[in-house]
Each structure stands twice: as C-alpha cells, then as structure tokens.
Design a protein around this ligand. Structure first.
Ligand code: SF4
Ligand code: SF4
Length: 563
C-alpha cells in the first residue's frame, strides 16, 4: 500500500541542474601536494592537536582529540609527515583562519590498524564514544556531532528518518552515494536504529532520483528487517530540510522552538549513515566524503575527496572553464562564496560549485519592500520574512528573535521569490551573527564580573580571618596573664613593681649620659667630617619622624588595597 504523504508549507521549484553530474560514477582524487586539515570542522568545541610539526602520521591516525563531549575528533586523511600546525584560511566566507594540521603525503596511503567494533561487546555509551572519537558528524551540511543525536529521546524514539532528499540544485553527492553504496547506508541506518531503539526507519528520497530509490529499495528488501521503508517524496525545495522531510513523511509539524525529538523523531543524512557503517564494520574513522563538482566546469561529477584537499585541486579534475570568478561551497540557494580557491574540503563540503558571471549574474539592484507577502507564502518555516527583514535592517534584534529568527533555515526561498530583489537571507545571517557576537560579549562580561566579585570576596574573607586570629591571640595572652597573676604568691606583685621601677630609672640614667656625650656644644670639638655626620643623622631623623613624634602612628603593614 502506498504510504500517505503530507505537504509542507511554502517552498519553491527552481531548476535542478542535476543531470550532468550524475552521468559518471564517483571518482577518486589523486593526492595533492599538501593536505590542510582544520581541527575545527563541526559544531562544538575545537579539538586540541595531538601532533607536532615533524611527526609522521598514518592514514586514520587521530590528529585532533574531541574537546569535551560536544565535539568530535579529527584524523589524518593520509599517511605522511606533519609539516605545520598553524592557522590557515578556513572554508568560510569570513576568510578567517583556524588552527590546521598541514600534512605532506608520502603517497603510500598506509592505514592505522583498523579494528571493527562489536556492538554486542560494547554498551551504547561506549559505541557513542567510539563514534565521537572516529569524527562522525552530520554530513548533510549541519556537521553536528552524530554521537550526541544517537541517544533515545525522552519518551523513546519512534521514527528514524534517513534524509536522502538532496533538494538543492546542482548537488548530487547523496544521489551517487545511494546508487553505488546503498548496502552500507542501510547497514548504517540499522546501527542507528539499534542505538536509538527506534520502532521504524523511513528513508525519504526526492522522486527525481529513480536510480537511487531503486538501489536503496533493493538493499532494504535484501534484509527482511520489516521496519525500514524507502519513500519517494515529491521534488520541491527544500524537501531536504529536516523539519520539512519529517512533515512530509510523518505528518508531524514541529512547532517553533521545538525539536523533532520532542515528537519521537530523529533525522540523519545518508552520508552520515554510510560513515557510521564504516566506523563500526571496518573500524575506519571519517577521513573523506563525496563531493559534487558542478557549475562552470567541463565535466561535472562526484569525487571521493580526502578532508584537507584544496578545493582548486578537486575542481581542476572537472576542468574549470574560463570566466570562473568564484567557488561556492554548497548550492546556489544555501551555499557560501569561499574566500580563496585553495581553501580545504572539510566535513561540511557537499559541493564545490564553480561560478562565473554568466552562471550567476550580478543581482538586480535592491528596491524597497512592497509588502506583497510573497516571501511569507514561500517560507517553509512559516515565518514572516518581511518582518524579519524590517527588524534586521533596523538592528532591532530583540524583535527579530521574537519573530523566530533562529527558526530560519536560510533556505533562500524568500529571496528567490522577492520581486524587490532584497537579499533577505543576507539580512538574516547578519542579524544572527550580531546576536551571537553580543551573546559572546555578554558571556565574557559575566565571566569578568564573576571573577571580580570572587576576588573581592576572597580579600574580605582573608581580612576577616586575620582579624579573628588576632582577636583570638590577644584573648589567649590576656587569659594567660590573668592566670599567671592568679597563680603568683601573695606580695610578689609589689616586689615586681619595685624591680620594674628600678629598671626604668637605670635606663633613663643611661640615656641621659648618652645625650650629654653627644650634646651640640661638644660637637664643636670634633673633626669637621664627624660634625657633618652628626648633622646629617639629625636631619634624617627629623625627616622620618612623624609630625607628633608618635612612632606607633607609622604604618606597620600593607593596607588590603596594596595587597
Ligand atoms: S517578497 Fe520582498 S517585497 Fe514582498 S513582502 Fe517579502 S520582502 Fe517585501
Ligand atoms: S530563508 Fe528563512 S525566512 Fe526565508 S524562506 Fe527560508 S526559512 Fe523562511
């Protein structure tokens, strides 16, 4: 029986440009002269380097360790020698640098010892740790660490969705992967189903990929699992958005601010399923992925690319045509223009779209919003893009957030239909980055304030403790004195008073004798140099003596402020 499908709101139907890059099978890429492997290739903490310049590494050797649980490891994509660990320009429109491990391949492709992982011998937590240490992240573009998503949802996971929709124009890497490696994808889906304890698996593929659908159906039917189903979904951009595909397959509408796991559904890309099977069954960490090269090239196609390979090295294999003026990572709707041609392929690189002014003419000049509402009708996330636009333009970020700015998946449908040619997504990206920057600043200010308060508190505490100790010491000596007085035989106190007086009188007599010995009238009889010494000593004493002559009034210890 045909599965009932549901519609998501909005969406558009741009030309797909997918045929040219699917004519040939996935091809290998010769090793480049250098691989530049950024340590930070995913959402979460930046891995810390495990290698130094001069180290010899094997293919699959861990070169960056996950920094905490919300992170993922990074591995040497080939064997060779580390020639630098330094910041390099990353595959991001900002052109910023990130700490990278630069490897000169030895050409031997020598793997580490790869041991398959036994799911029976390990607890689910141990398997998740293995996936983190194998560097598995979402390969659909989100690059979120997969091990974090492979926990059963509160209340259980009902449905695991495998996303093979691949709706963005030009991109065909998932299509080719499904055609050629369906078995491993299904195996990966099985492993994920087991970890999530999901009741069923639905594999959604846009109906413009008949070969992929057939291959995946064949792989599923060969398993007789019964709880897995390949479903052809209508081709409509962005059917590959997680919430949109979940809506189409299950009818569940995930509201603003909620997650699909709140409704018992988890979603993974086909490439991620393939990578998980590779880790578990072959013990091989993630060191490469399939990348589409399309656009202004002679031979569009798909390549298996080692992470760290410069993009121009891959694109050259497809024959870059004259007139090329940009590389876009991703597709024309959601992709980013790269800051240079030689930035490295990373885990998020599903496509290198080679652009030219002919292929992507300059945008028409932006004119004012006419409030036609077309953008809202096209928005698959049920947002009001023109409101978001107004608030972003006015830098009223609070209001933009009220209008669910962060539910925007940056699909570009609104900008695609806008008759005023407003680059709406650029405004939304700007607002998001401003909000994040302010959040970071606020966080930094909070940390500084906490530190300041903690220091003040410590100083006060130390002062208090010091005063308490002093008070205790004084009390103890007083108590000792009164005990001694009480214990002394009768009459001894008068005697001791007398002896004190005698001692004081003797001291005074000695002082008087000394004063007379150095009286001013006597100095005249001394040689001039000794007279000068006495005058200098007097002047010095006068200079350091307090005004009232009270020595006890001079400071004897540092004030807390100095300390
Ligand atoms: S489509 Fe463009 S012009 Fe129309 S309401 Fe939206 S932003 Fe304004
Ligand atoms: S880019 Fe954002 S606002 Fe525009 S249509 Fe897509 S989800 Fe809606």
């Amino acid at each position: 029986m045909q599965r009932k499908l549901f519609k998501f709101n909005g969406g558009v139907k741009p030309a797909t440009y997918k045929t040219d890059s699917t004519r040939e099978p996935i091809k290998a890429v010769p090793l480049p002269a250098q691989l530049i492997v950024p340590l930070h290739q995913h959402v979460g903490g930046t891995p810390y380097p495990l290698v130094e310049t001069g180290d010899v590494v094997l293919k699959g050797q861990r070169i960056g360790a996950a920094d905490g649980n919300v992170s993922s490891a990074v591995h040497a994509p080939t064997s060779g020698r580390v020639v630098a660990v330094e910041p390099r320009v990353m595959a991001h429109p900002s052109g910023l640098t990130t700490l990278s491990v630069v490897i000169e391949p030895d050409g031997e492709e020598r793997w580490i010892d790869c041991e398959p992982i036994s799911l029976r011998a390990m607890s689910p937590d141990q398997v998740r740790d293995e996936l983190r240490d194998a560097g598995v992240v979402g390969l659909g573009g989100a690059v979120f660490p997969s091990h974090l998503k492979l926990k059963p949802a509160n209340g259980g996971t009902d449905t695991l969705v495998i996303n093979g929709a691949e709706c963005e124009p030009f991109i065909t890497c998932d299509d080719l992967l499904m055609r050629e490696r369906a078995e491993q994808i299904i195996r990966g889906a099985e492993i994920m189903q087991q970890l999530l304890q999901a009741r069923r698996v639905l594999i959604g593929i846009e109906d413009n990929k008949p070969e992929a659908i057939a291959a995946m159906q064949h792989a599923v039917s060969a398993r007789a699992a019964g709880s897995m189903e390949v479903v052809a979904v209508p081709t409509r951009y962005p059917a590959g958005g997680a919430k949109q595909l979940i809506r189409v397959l299950t009818g569940i509408e995930v509201p603003h601010g909620r997650r699909s796991t709140d409704y018992g559904v988890q979603c993974f890309n086909t490439g991620t399923a393939y990578a998980i099977a590779d880790v578990i069954d072959r013990g091989r960490p993630l060191v490469s992925r399939i990348v589409t090269v399309a656009g202004n090239v002679e031979r569009p196609g798909n390549y298996e690319v080692l992470f760290g390979t410069p993009m121009n090295h891959v694109a050259a294999l497809a024959g870059i045509k004259p007139g090329t003026d940009r590389f876009i990572m991703g597709g024309p709707m959601m992709g980013f223009r790269m800051p240079a041609y030689d930035v490295p392929v990373v885990k998020a690189t599903n496509c290198i779209l080679v652009g030219s002014p002919e292929l992507f003419p300059p945008p028409e000049p932006e004119i004012g919003c006419i409030r036609c509402g077309e953008c809202a009708r096209a928005c698959p996330a049920d947002l009001q893009p023109f409101e978001l636009y107004w608030y972003s333009r006015a830098k009223n970020f609070g209001k933009a957030q009220e209008y669910h700015l962060f539910d925007c998946i940056e699909c570009g449908c609104c900008a695609y239909v806008c008759p005023s040619h407003i680059p709406l997504v650029d405004y939304f990206r700007f607002s998001k980055s401003e909000i994040w920057a302010r959040e970071r600043q606020k966080h930094a200010a909070d940390v500084a304030r906490d530190r300041f308060e903690f220091r003040n508190e410590r100083i006060e505490r130390e002062k208090r403790e010091k005063a308490e100790k002093l008070a205790a010491k004084t009390a103890a000596s007083r108590a000792a004195a009164s005990m001694a007085a009480a214990a002394a035989p009768a009459g001894t106190s008068d005697h001791s008073e007398d002896s004190k007086k005698a001692l004081i009188a003797a001291a005074m007599a000695r002082a008087k004798a000394q004063r007379e010995a150095i009286a001013p009238q006597n100095t005249e009889a001394l040689p001039p140099d000794q007279q000068a010494q006495i005058v200098n000593a007097d002047a010095h004493r006068a200079a350091i003596a307090p005004a009232d002559g009270n020595i006890a009034a001079q400071p004897t210890e540092k004030s807390p402020a100095e300390g």
